[in-house]
Write a protein that binds this ligand. Sequence first.
Ligand code: FE2
Length: 261
Amino acid sequence: MNEHSHLSWAGPLTDRRNAQERYARAYQPRERHLHPAADFPGYKSTIARAPKQALLSIPQTMSELTGPVFGHNDLAPHDDDMIVNGQVDGEPIGERIIVHGRVLDQNGRGLPNTLVEVWQANAGGRYRHKLEDYLAPLDPNFGGCGRCVTDEDGNYHFRTIRPGAYPWRNYRNSWRPAHIHFSLFGPAFATRLITQMYFEGDPLIPICPIVNAVPDKAGVDAMTALLDTTANTPHDCLAYRFDIVLRGPRQIFFENRPEGL
Ligand SMILES: [Fe+2]
């Protein structure tokens, strides 16, 4: 190949690379047919909040495609340890557990530098929130919020107390299975995704109206963490593994996407 032929390819290759980078940065709309309808009557509040008209696509601008950028420097030492980060004068009450896994793309590649935030009820099923009115008591030594950033292979890791089931104002006698809420931030605010993690073997999973909004059992399984005895801490914590797949056929259900792109 002479110098001229090399130069003649420089332009198109550069253009292609730029196009690939733009595609990689833009967030892609979800495959709607794989996910629950926005309006699911068994989940009562969807009736009022589901869109009644066709959705509009809004062009992406710099604010969608840039920032924020998160790093380990932004985290406090015990942000990923909910057994410790809410303590006032003792240990929190309940079953001590580890929740860990990887954040993956559709090709199984780990996604580094992804901010993973979690929030949950305490062992009695009570949230630390001013609008919470369930009669289970607050635990003075448990806050219920944590966060971490995935490492270079997409791994994340939390210690926490296993949350309890709780009743909710849906239809009479509706109960939520034990669950942990997850939020993930990629490279921009528009890439925020929110989901819930359930625990293997919980008998409330198949009778939960929110879970049942997911049409495919494989989708429910993808949100269910498995007991991972290889990661237990002996005489301390049981471990559960929850891998979060952002795209493709193994993608987990993200609850903040049915209403928008
Ligand atoms: Fe919840």
